[in-house]
Design a protein around this ligand. Structure first.
Ligand code: BES
Ligand code: MN
Ligand code: ZN
Length: 499
């Protein structure tokens, strides 16, 4: 997708396939839309007098033939009530517009944008969302389908009309494209089946990022190197698998060398069978999505490199396949970790924390400004928060606040759960320093409690995306969450968030 700004006083003369007219419920035409209306012999205002279009939020009406215009068709875009518009609703409107117009014929869609938003929807952010959603919704999974390619959208280019062609507006469109692309990179990796997207496949993708961007350098560690580092906990998860576990470090340098990096750590379990504590069969296919934390890291690092954010970011991925076999880790086994703490594995299905704890210990060497891990960690997270909120847990209130705000501002939202000392006793073990299981009560919290033991010395937050990383209802597939939230957070760190 490409996006550009076009300042024209006569949108009626612009050659394009689709010309979009935004309308609040008052159905008042903006100055630019009035010009189009006049050129069409007032046919648009005549139609608006009738009942065919109410301008409800996300309502779309396609007018296939309107005479007097260079555009092949007009699309009326409903924005709902003007004083009610907020970020959440604006995103919904952008999602509706993009998914509808992407299905229409033609390669060029122009959008009139001389409409007023209120303070809660900053104009530059609104522009960014348009570019983001057109990019996001142009993605269609077809890698393992021979039949699907013909359903791909023809749309290649969007033009935003009647917004000033200045640096800030250009930057907003670029950011939207970059974040949208990052989201789609994460979705594609998530959607790929476990027989293709193995730990080695993920490390290949991490290496490719290093080749694509001069500012990124990637290092990959295999099992031998991890053994030398003492990452026994991570390695214990891949014991039962024929796929080699991989550890990846993607360093993006956009700031001064001396600037402390933001570190993001992803859980990359490319298939989670549960191991010896085998999962039940129903929906086990969905455990190919258990690497969506890793996919988020790759998507986010790619987006910030595309945006050239002036900060340093390090993306880290701990990847393994969790399978049962004669060599697999068993319940009751006690394993070591890189931090030197021993762990009693009470349930081999609580494997995410086992790969993450070594990664969280490893990243201390980078002296992070903050470390955020992203993981499809617990089914309990879905029980607690459902499918709309990512769980946010942190031992640092200011970091938690920053991420919470980034969630609100990007409309990729998180909700905080506590990590109180009272929960820690649930992960005590009579045979090791820690148990990897905290019982059924507060499962998302006790998982984070476990991780907290490996995060001493730096600011840390944990995002449990078990409920948000993929959609079951409707179009099943990876959502690309929380790439947008993390991009928003990193853009804010870099002073580049759209306002
Ligand atoms: N990857 C799963 C968590 C999960 C389950 C995410 C369903 C999304 C949907 C994780 O590795 C897991 O199996 N967690 C266990 C932990 C338990 C054994 C303490 C769970 O949630 O049941
Ligand atoms: Mn598991
Ligand atoms: Zn898992």
């Amino acid at each position: 997708m490409r996006a550009s700004l076009k300042s024209t006083t006569t949108p009626s003369t612009l050659s394009c396939d689709t010309l979009v007219i935004p309308l609040y419920k008052d159905k008042k035409l903006s100055p630019a839309s009035q010009e189009v209306d006049k050129a069409s012999g007032k046919s648009i205002s005549a139609l608006l007098k009738g009942e065919d279009f109410s301008a409800n939020l996300g309502e779309i009406l396609t007018l296939p033939i309107v005479s007097g215009l260079s555009a092949k068709r007009i699309v009326l875009w409903g924005l709902g009530e003007k004083d009610k518009i907020n970020r959440q609703l604006w995103s919904k409107a952008c999602a509706a517009l993009s998914s509808n117009t992407l299905n229409l014929k033609g390669s060029h869609c122009a959008i009139i944008s001389d409409i007023k938003t209120n303070k809660s929807v900053p104009f530059n952010w609104a522009l960014q969302q348009i570019a983001l959603y057109f990019t996001r919704n142009s993605y269609l999974y077809c890698t393992t389908k021979a039949s699907k390619k013909s359903d791909l959208s023809q749309l290649k280019k969007i033009s935003v009309l009647n917004a000033e062609n200045n640096k800030a507006n250009q930057q907003s469109l670029k950011q939207g494209l970059a974040i949208g692309q990052g989201i789609n990179i994460a979705r594609e990796l998530g959607n790929l089946p476990g027989n293709i997207c193995t730990p080695k496949y993920l490390s290949g993708q991490a290496r490719q990022l290093g080749r694509k961007y001069a500012a990124i350098s990637t290092t990959v560690l295999g099992e031998k190197q991890m053994k030398e580092l003492g990452m026994d906990s991570l390695l214990s998860v891949g014991n039962g698998s024929d796929q080699e576990s991989q550890f990846m470090i993607m360093k993006y340098q956009g700031g001064k060398k001396s600037q402390q990096p933001q570190v993001i750590v992803g859980k990359g379990i490319t298939f989670d069978s549960g191991g010896i504590s085998l999962k039940p069969g129903a929906k086990m296919d969905e455990m190919k999505f258990d690497m969506c934390g890793a996919a988020t890291v790759i998507g986010t690092v790619s987006a910030i490199a595309e945006m050239k954010l002036p900060i340093n970011v390090i993306g880290v991925i701990a990847s393994a396949e969790n399978m049962p076999s004669g060599r697999a880790t068993k319940p009751g086994d006690v394993i070591n970790s890189m931090a030197g703490k021993t762990i009693e594995v009470l349930n081999t299905d609580a494997e995410g924390r086992l790969v993450l704890c070594d990664a969280l210990h490893y990243v201390k060497r980078f002296k992070p400004a903050a470390t955020i891990d992203i993981a499809t960690l617990t089914g309990a997270c879905i029980v607690a928060l459902g499918h709309h909120a990512t769980a946010l847990l942190s031992t640092d209130d200011s970091l938690a606040d920053e991420l919470f705000s980034a969630g609100i501002d990007s409309t990729d939202r998180a909700w905080r759960l506590p990590i109180w000392d009272e929960f820690q006793k649930q992960i005590q073990s009579p045979f090791a320093d820690l148990a990897n299981l905290g019982g059924p009560a507060g499962g998302t919290i006790t998982a984070a409690c476990f991780l907290s033991h490996f995060t001493e010395g730096y600011r840390w937050a944990h995002l449990d995306i078990a409920g948000t990383a993929w959609n079951q209802a409707g179009a099943k597939g990876a959502s690309g969450r929380p790439v947008a939230m993390l991009c928003q957070y990193l853009m804010a760190q870099a002073g580049k968030a759209a306002v």
